[in-house]
Design a protein around this ligand. Structure first.
Ligand SMILES: Cc1cc2nc3c(=O)[nH]c(=O)nc-3n(C[C@H](O)[C@H](O)[C@H](O)COP(=O)(O)OP(=O)(O)OC[C@H]3O[C@@H](n4cnc5c(N)ncnc54)[C@H](O)[C@@H]3O)c2cc1C
Length: 129
């Protein structure tokens, strides 16, 4: 059996450095609580990491392309899961696409497109180093 594990998917406009633009591996190794964590997609592992960092004090925003989180889960389960995460304080931007991240010194700006209105805005400033 060959089981060498998986690799994180990279996206255009996201230059993963495992310091400020991170995969789940980097999210397990952050040395301090980020001021604001933006999750690209509402997948289960990202949500698990987001829930942990939220409880440790980070602001957490989830940007999800579709209208449901936890792809593949029963729709009622996904809705209940989202409500529970909202009660924990996570914020959701549904039907929205991350276009990329602009770097401006120590700060990062996440560019987000609302795919229904076809409008683009900037979801957050990240101050984590
Ligand atoms: C944050 C996180 C949370 C998760 N939570 C869950 C969960 O709650 N429930 C669940 O079911 N799954 C969960 N998963 C997924 C689960 O961890 C993976 O599906 C599973 O570990 C995959 O097993 P694997 O053996 O294919 O790869 P891995 O567990 O990644 O193991 C691969 C191993 O192969 C070694 N290796 C790589 N290349 C070589 C080589 N050339 N020669 C020799 N060795 C090599 C690596 O060093 C590593 O030890 C989670 C994943 C992450 C990242």
């Amino acid at each position: 059996m060959i089981a060498t594990g998986s690799d994180a998917v990279s996206l255009p406009g996201l230059d993963i450095d495992e310091k400020r633009i991170i995969t789940s591996t980097g999210a397990l190794e952050l040395s301090k609580v980020p001021e604001h964590l933006v999750l690209v997609g509402g997948g289960v592992i990202g949500l698990e990491m987001g829930s942990v960092w939220k409880r440790l004090g980070a602001k957490v925003t989830v940007v999800e392309f579709t209208d449901a989180i936890a792809a593949g889960a029963d729709i009622e389960v996904a809705k209940t899961f989202r409500r529970s995460l909202e009660q924990q304080g996570l914020t959701f931007r549904m039907k929205s696409k991350v276009l990329g991240v602009d770097k401006n010194g120590e700060k990062l700006t996440v560019n987000v497109q609302d795919i229904v209105k076809n409008s683009t805005d900037k979801v957050s400033w990240l101050a984590h180093n």
